[in-house]
Design a protein around this ligand. Structure first.
Ligand SMILES: C[S@@+](CC[C@H](N)C(=O)[O-])C[C@H]1O[C@@H](n2cnc3c(N)ncnc32)[C@H](O)[C@@H]1O
Length: 315
């Protein structure tokens, strides 16, 4: 049975549909199926077939609804997007979309352990396999933890938080989301915060456990290989670290990156993409009002050229 109470408003979907309006048919890949909002929109508003993946096994029931409704136009596989290039049957790929981060299914279900707003076991695994956050905290050393909070959470109180977590660990295991949030809130000084003091710590640990930055890099490189000429690469990110990776990838693939030598002749540069969004597109005030979670979203789109990929796909 579907968790009827849980819905997910697809972020920036109107802007995406406007940008892809000239695409009439072919195969669209939804690399982050979630609750299927993007897939449904591609199926309803274009004649494309859709191939969707997600690493979260819990989304299968939402995929089954679309399989029933759209029959042979829709296919779903449980997979990580870093493995997209392993699906060798994908042909005529006219677009690939990545809508990064967590779905409401993950945020709102307390047993997934992603949210400091719901008390639950400290889990945070998108694929429901691998190291749980609770076990990670048991085994990590203080300096490594502080570095992770600083690098993946942009958390300037990383050392204070790591110290507090270590102090608490000596007394008992940190096994619930509420307990971790409480330790972090007490460790961070000051009262004037726009966001919950625990936000950055939860983000950093989740990104580390799910290897999210490496996934994104590999997913983008796979997309470069799979997209046919004129195919669109559409990426929605929710924080600056992810957006920087997308921006740098687009720059490198479109020959704009400084890493190309200025002595390297222009015509020898391999440009696998042209950037369509010089600045990222962001939600309208109305969208933010209707869906506050969209407020930090950034949409970047690039179009595949007919040149060879700039990147080698790792085995
Ligand atoms: C923001 S949600 C997508 C919501 C979707 N666009 C919708 O409208 O319902 C992100 C989804 O991406 C999935 N995801 C995140 N990283 C992934 C990865 N490396 N490979 C496959 N799926 C991933 C998550 O499990 C989550 O379901």
């Amino acid at each position: 049975m579907i968790d009827n109470e849980i819905t997910h408003i697809p972020v920036l979907i109107n802007q995406i549909m406007y940008q892809i309006k000239d695409i009439k048919k072919g195969l669209w890949i939804d690399a982050t199926f979630g609750l299927g909002g993007y897939s449904r929109s591609f199926l309803e508003n274009t004649n494309c077939n859709v191939f969707a993946i997600d690493r979260d096994p819990d989304v299968k029931k939402y995929a089954n609804t679309l399989i029933k409704e759209f029959k042979n136009r829709f296919e779903f596989k449980s997979a990580k997007f870093s493995d997209l290039n392993k699906f060798t049957h994908l042909k005529n790929v006219v677009g690939i979309s990545f809508d990064l981060g967590l779905s409401n299914l993950q945020i709102k279900k307390s047993d997934r352990g992603f949210s400091f707003k719901h008390n639950g076991p400290l889990d945070m695994r998108m694929s429901k396999s691998g190291l749980k956050a609770e076990d990670f905290l048991k085994n990590v050393d203080e300096k490594t933890l502080a570095d992770i909070l600083f690098e993946l959470g942009d958390e300037r109180h990383s050392r204070k938080i790591a110290k507090a977590i270590f102090k608490a660990k000596r007394e008992s295991n940190i096994s619930s989301t509420f307990k971790l949030a409480e330790i972090v809130r007490k460790a961070v000084p000051g009262n004037k915060f726009k966001i919950d003091k625990a936000t950055k710590t939860f983000q950093a640990i989740r990104m580390f456990l799910n290897d999210e930055l490496k996934e994104l890099n590999k997913g983008l490189i796979a997309a470069e290989k799979i997209l046919q000429p004129n195919g669109l690469l559409v990426v929605v990110s929710f924080h600056s670290i992810e957006d920087r990776i997308v921006k740098n990838f687009f720059s490198l693939c479109s020959g704009k990156s400084k890493s190309f030598s200025k002595f390297f002749p222009e015509d020898k540069r391999n440009k696998s993409f042209e950037i369509l969004t010089k600045k990222p597109l962001v939600p309208t005030q109305e969208e933010i009002y209707n869906n506050p979670k969209s407020r930090s979203a950034k949409l970047r789109i690039a179009i595949r050229t007919s040149s060879d990929p700039v990147h080698e796909v790792a085995a």
